[in-house]
Design a protein around this ligand. Structure first.
Ligand SMILES: [Zn+2]
Length: 78
């Protein structure tokens, strides 16, 4: 894996560590997770989650859906 990551969306930006707000819709549930550590494009703002982080987001969304929440806004605590 190259350390020089570039954005696959705009193909110009460089990725740098930062915080993203991730919104996921699953069936009847919409979950917004704030302050998620991610690599963020300095040009278009697209964010890239690590595999581990994506799995944690999945778990958060599953838990919210299981509670029957329609909208949940969660602050991710690293
Ligand atoms: Zn970009």
């Amino acid at each position: 894996m190259s350390k020089e990551l570039s954005c696959v969306i705009c193909r110009q930006g460089k990725l740098a560590p930062g915080m993203a707000t991730v919104m996921v819709a699953a069936r009847e549930t919409v979950v917004v997770v704030k302050q998620v550590p991610a690599d963020i494009c300095d040009t278009c703002g697209e964010y890239y989650l690590s595999q581990e982080m994506a799995e944690q987001i999945d778990d958060i969304v599953d838990a919210a859906a299981a509670r029957g929440a329609e909208v949940e806004i969660i602050r991710y605590a690293a």
